[in-house]
Design a protein around this ligand. Structure first.
Ligand SMILES: [Ca+2]
Ligand SMILES: [Ca+2]
Ligand SMILES: [Ca+2]
Length: 502
């Protein structure tokens, strides 16, 4: 409930609805507030992608739900692994209570992989179990894994050719409830040479290609309570299902081992392509780029993206301003990729944003942004996560394209404001949240042929500069030193369809 309160505090859930939720108890929040722009989970399994579902659509699309009695199958924002939503399955010991989700597999599937995150918040009665994945061939349950209620252990159950069950204990300790666990399973239905692999929390806990089964094909993967009175509450998120008609499908070429964060330097160009792929163009530090790296998918709903070390842990992060007005923080991971997004605001659709260390004393970067009325606000970031109450910083900024950078390199961030007449005007800051009182200097002219500006550092050795896109799609680097421009260089072409991060 604490998590729910803090999460929804920013969007204004009423006290009445919270009291209602408390009174109902087990029921999840009724109106799930999801994040449809959240990138889908990355699929590295062999075969054809059947599902890669982060539940942020707010629906169970892709699953075939079955419920009965008191059982419910919903999308909930009470718990989530990615974004703000997960599937929620609720079943009780009442007669007829059942809640399950099935994913049909293509015809002639021999091998299927299932991967997902499970948070079981309520187990059932002793002697029974709460399922993770179950693989079916018609009505035959070929193999399944579950948390055994009596002791919390992970077990594998396989149906032998005679119809009897063969049980194998996979984890002897009790799996924690009310915590997210990463569960993955592969089954290749191949008669007496059936193959089963199980991974739990990134550890291989079972692998055999000598499992005896009557099945030679698979047609469904299922999560949830299969039979009546199989009590349990499970949140399920980031489900990946892959299928192949091969018994030994070739895995895709593994990505090169990642020893660095997705965004490597303050001179990298990060951009979302027209297909929603997110790319990092690693700067060489000598005026060029290494081959680009794909660092995400599903970014089509982005309005503007910003690169900053938002939590000041030494790894670059992403702040995403979505077209629907949401603002999200994606913490970069040291070995590459991003942790699950954190919502840091809503209603930002009409704001023009810059991100940076606006005040010298700020431990974390914040947001300087003007609203539809042209009022400039500073939103601090006191803890490396959410935004602090805003501070009014100016008026009359409407229509300007703002870039936060320390142009004169006096240690205080400044604003370079591009006007519609093409002039670039310098607003030097005091470093304490306000502006130096002085006549504004014009730092450039003809900038209305430039439609994207990103402050960069180290694109060439020791340099500070602006990475810009010209209206013909070329990328140009403008170095500067103590408020004086160096020679511009053209460093790329064909960028018109990219949404370049700032
Ligand atoms: Ca999710
Ligand atoms: Ca960081
Ligand atoms: Ca300055």
């Amino acid at each position: 409930m604490i998590k729910q309160l803090s999460r929804f505090g920013v969007v204004g859930v009423t006290a009445v609805s919270l009291i209602w939720a408390l009174a109902v108890g087990a029921a999840p929040a009724q109106a799930a507030t999801c994040q449809p722009g959240t990138p889908a989970p990355a699929d590295t399994y062999p075969g054809t992608a059947v599902m890669a579902n982060n539940l942020e659509s707010g629906t169970l699309a892709g699953f075939t739900p079955t419920t009965g009695g008191t059982g419910t199958a919903t999308v909930s924002s009470a718990q989530s692994h990615s974004g703000t939503c997960a599937a929620f399955l609720h079943a009780t010991t009442d007669a007829g209570s059942v809640a399950k989700l099935s994913v049909p597999l293509p015809a002639a599937t021999a091998t299927a992989y299932a991967d997902g995150w499970f948070n079981i918040t309520q187990a059932g009665v002793a002697g029974n179990d709460v399922p993770y994945f179950r693989f079916f061939s018609g009505s035959l349950r070929v193999a399944d894994i579950y948390r055994y209620n009596s002791n919390g252990q992970l077990w594998l159950r396989v149906t032998s050719p005679t119809g009897s069950f063969v049980y194998t204990r996979l984890i002897p300790s009790s799996i924690t409830l009310s915590a997210w666990h990463h569960v993955a399973m592969r089954v290749t239905a191949n008669g007496l040479g059936t193959e089963v692999q199980v991974w739990f929390d990134e550890t291989s806990v079972y692998s055999s290609n000598q499992v005896a089964s009557a099945a030679t094909t698979l047609n469904a993967v299922q999560v949830g309570a299969e039979h009546f009175q199989q009590m349990g509450d499970s949140y399920i998120d980031d489900v990946i299902i892959n299928a192949s008609d091969q018994t030994n499908p070739t895995p895709p070429a593994p990505p090169p081992p990642s020893t660095s964060s997705s965004i490597r330097s303050a001179a990298d160009v990060v951009a979302a392509g027209p297909d929603g792929a997110l790319w990092d163009y690693p700067a060489t530090g000598q005026g060029g780029f290494h081959p680009r790296q794909k660092i995400g998918i599903g970014w089509s709903g982005l309005a503007k993206g910003f690169v900053a070390d938002w939590n000041s842990d030494g790894v670059f992060d992403v702040i995403a301003q979505w077209k629907d007005g949401r603002l999200s923080f994606y913490p970069g991971k040291p070995g590459g990729g991003f942790a699950a997004a954190q919502a840091i605001g809503t209603g930002w659709g009409s704001y023009h944003i810059t991100v940076g260390h606006w005040r010298k004393t700020d431990q974390y970067p914040g947001i300087l942004a003007y609203d539809a009325a042209g009022t400039l606000w500073y939103y601090g970031n006191n803890a490396g996560s959410s935004l602090s109450p805003r501070i009014k910083t100016g008026v009359g900024w409407g229509g300007l394209y703002l870039t936060m950078t320390d142009f004169d390199q006096d240690g205080a961030q400044d604003l370079l404001a591009k006007r519609s007449d093409g002039r670039l005007v310098l607003y030097r800051s005091t470093g304490t949240g306000g502006f130096v009182s002085e006549a504004r200097r014009t730092a450039g002219a003809g900038w209305n042929s430039i439609n994207s500006i990103t402050s960069v550092a180290g694109f060439t050795t020791g340099s500070s500069g602006l990475m810009t896109r010209l209206s013909d799609g070329r990328l140009a680097h403008y170095p500067f030193s103590k408020g004086i421009w160096g020679a511009r260089t053209i460093v790329g072409t064909g960028w018109s369809s990219y949404n370049i991060f700032r």
